[in-house]
Ligand binder design. Structure first.
Ligand SMILES: Nc1ncnc2c1ncn2[C@@H]1O[C@H](COP(=O)(O)OP(=O)(O)OP(=O)(O)O)[C@@H](O)[C@H]1O
Ligand SMILES: [Mg+2]
Length: 264
């Protein structure tokens, strides 16, 4: 198993744990969405998996290594772990801190000790990939929310991590950029990257990933299965407050010609 959370209990308040006895595993190369209403715990799970929140109860195993608080505290082991997991925050403002977009992307690459030539190549590649060449010398802090999201995605992808975690990547993006991101996710999936994405976007989720893990409002797991199957379970999706009462299943494919409309 590539990623495994085993019987974890986690809370910001020790008296009232948020996640209780949660287990979740993900195979290498799988693409998975975490879905559920506001406050159900998606971001918390992503922060645990990216090592931001150390576990006190339960076990987290990443590619055969248990990620203990000691592993995360130790400079060398923590650096090795963090290089393998790229994390795009829900709020890009909290992620960007350099004076220019170019420096923002270079930062992680310099930490990895890559040569200047390799770094320059990667910077140019990800600027082109996210269509943000024009922002190279801009101040990230002054960029729009959607531009900041693109910069954060570019900075993470530049480091070429095995596992890519994105928290609500579609939320700030305009329609053309959403389709661009769908293509990028598809490409990453084909390259064998493991993708874990928190999203509310029930209309696009089956194009983003192959599997959905659904949380209830009580923070427990209520469904786990193929994305195309779960988006059709209107009753369940209404119950967990993920869709409005008028939800119709509408399975649409941006890529390819097939378009399928289902109503129930
Ligand atoms: N740093 C924190 N301190 C205390 N409570 C927190 C903290 N971060 C999150 N919480 C609480 O934990 C619960 C789950 O939050 P989380 O951010 O994981 O939800 P989410 O599923 O990502 O929601 P959203 O869809 O709004 O992004 C919420 O009730 C939130 O108030
Ligand atoms: Mg969240």
């Amino acid at each position: 198993m590539y990623i495994a959370l085993e019987n974890i209990t986690y809370g910001y308040d020790y008296e009232k744990p948020l996640l209780k006895d949660l287990s979740l595993s993900i195979d290498k190369g799988q693409s998975v969405a975490l879905m559920g209403a506001n406050g159900c715990g998606k971001t918390t799970v992503l922060k645990i998996l990216s090592g931001i929140l150390p576990l006190v109860k339960g076990k987290y195993v990443f590619d055969g290594t248990e990620i203990t608080p000691q592993v995360l505290k130790n400079k060398k082991t923590s650096r090795l772990f963090h290089q393998r997991i790229g994390y795009v925050f829900q709020n890009s403002e909290n992620q960007l801190f350099c004076p220019t977009v170019e420096e923002e992307i270079r930062f992680g690459l310099e930490q990895m000790g890559l040569s200047d030539e390799v770094i320059e190549g990667r910077v140019a590649d990800v600027l082109a990939l996210l269509h943000i060449e024009g922002l190279r010398h801009s101040v990230p802090y002054h960029c729009s929310g959607g531009q900041q999201k693109r910069i954060a995605i570019a900075a993470v992808l530049a480091m070429n991590p095995d596992m890519i975690i994105m928290d609500e990547p579609m939320a700030a993006l305009d329609p053309r950029t959403q389709v661009l991101l769908l293509d990028i996710l598809q490409q990453l999936h084909e390259e064998g990257k493991t993708l874990l994405i928190a999203t509310h976007d029930i209309h696009m989720v089956h194009e983003m990933v192959e599997r959905i893990v659904l949380f209830g409002e009580d923070h427990s797991l209520v469904a786990d299965g193929k994305a195309v199957d779960i988006v059709q379970q209107a009753g369940l999706l209404k119950k967990v407050n993920l869709v409005d009462p008028h939800y119709h299943v509408h399975v649409h494919h941006h890529q390819g010609d097939e378009e399928l409309h289902l109503h129930n």
